[in-house]
Design a protein around this ligand. Structure first.
Ligand SMILES: Cc1cc2nc3c(=O)[nH]c(=O)nc-3n(C[C@H](O)[C@H](O)[C@H](O)COP(=O)(O)OP(=O)(O)OC[C@H]3O[C@@H](n4cnc5c(N)ncnc54)[C@H](O)[C@@H]3O)c2cc1C
Length: 300
């Protein structure tokens, strides 16, 4: 039996495994290869790794884990998980199962992209959801924002003024803006385009937004603010409390309402960054290790 089974081999899952591996725990990491940042060319904002490609990040992470004999990584999707009196059992898609004393869900989220032709094509190539991740690369260049209403539309457009003075809010239909926010946008020189968007165009990078009427909007990038959902419902099926798009956990430890079950990374928080996911996971790993020490009578 493993000490800990980790479902998810992204930054959060692998960070949990690294800390536990170094504590000489037997850890199984299961990874289905569906990474949230599949479309990104680079990871920004991770000190010492700023600008590394996601593929290279995973290669380095897996090589580091391979140093620890207690850590096993399997490229497999976990289809279900059950909680018994003193252990969890996970079942793999295609057959097989494993048991662990603790279970960590690090399965991330999926971004819901608007169904506009070109949106998915340019996702990560001029279409971005996070200014902290991708704003610097397009600083001082013309930017578009996709979103409606005061928070998702105006809020993001005004925030982007930090990166560029040339920001246009595209609401793809009625703006849903309050008078107060419309006035604020006008005061800060942010035009609002309410025409329906027909498609996004470019070559290997986004170049323009094309509307049903009116001239296309040339831009270096478009930032959007839509919803996401949990990639896996494993934690929910085990009885974990959840909000609209993430599991409810103790903010410091990643503990859920289900004893022995932890959720870390994007699946549990709303600051979506690699370094944050990895840090949360490391904190959870220390808590899990203490919990196991205590269960084994080695810690009061
Ligand atoms: C386009 C884009 C660009 C981004 N750029 C940046 C950036 O520049 N800087 C930054 O800090 N952040 C960036 N992010 C955010 C960053 O990618 C996430 O915050 C980070 O990946 C979260 O890590 P995670 O481990 O929680 O989830 P993920 O990286 O999504 O990993 C989840 C893992 O769980 C696995 N999994 C899911 N279900 C199962 C299952 N049932 N069985 C087995 N495995 C399963 C998946 O295969 C995957 O390996 C970007 C995101 C996107 C979408």
């Amino acid at each position: 039996m493993y000490d800990v089974i980790v479902v998810g081999g992204g930054p959060a899952g692998m960070s949990t495994a690294l800390v536990l591996g170094r504590a000489r725990r037997r850890v199984l990491v299961c990874d289905s290869g569906e990474y949230r940042n599949y479309a990104a060319r680079a990871i920004h904002g991770y000190l010492t790794r700023d600008g590394v490609s996601p593929t290279e990040f995973r290669r380095i992470a897996r090589a580091e884990l391979a140093r620890y004999e207690g850590v096993e990584l399997r490229d497999v999707r976990v289809a279900s998980a059950h909680r018994g009196p003193d252990r969890f059992e996970v079942t793999f898609l295609g057959g097989g199962s494993a048991e662990g004393r603790r279970l960590v869900i690090a399965t991330g989220v999926v971004d819901e992209l608007p169904e506009i032709p070109g949106f998915e094509t340019f996702f990560g190539r001029g279409v971005h959801h996070c200014p902290y991740c991708d704003g610097w690369e397009v600083r001082d260049r013309p930017l578009a924002v996709y979103g409606r209403g005061d928070a998702k539309g105006a809020g993001l457009a005004l925030e982007l003024l930090l990166w560029s003075r040339s920001v246009v809010l595209c609401t793809d239909g009625p703006s849903g803006l309050s008078d107060r926010c419309s006035t604020k946008l006008a005061r800060h020189g942010v035009p609002v385009r309410t025409e329906r968007i027909v498609c996004l165009e470019g070559r290997d990078w986004l170049e323009r937004v094309v509307f049903e009427s009116g001239p296309p909007l040339e831009c270096a990038a478009l930032f959007f603010n839509t919803a996401c959902h949990l990639r896996s419902d494993l934690a929910l099926r085990l009885g974990c409390d959840a909000d609209a798009w993430n599991c409810r956990v103790d903010a410091k430890t990643g503990k859920t309402s289900v004893p022995g079950l932890y959720v870390v990374g994007d699946a549990s928080r709303d600051v979506f960054q690699v370094i944050v996911a990895a840090a949360e996971a490391a904190e959870a790993a220390v808590t899990i290790n203490r919990e196991l020490l205590s269960a084994d009578g080695l810690l009061d």
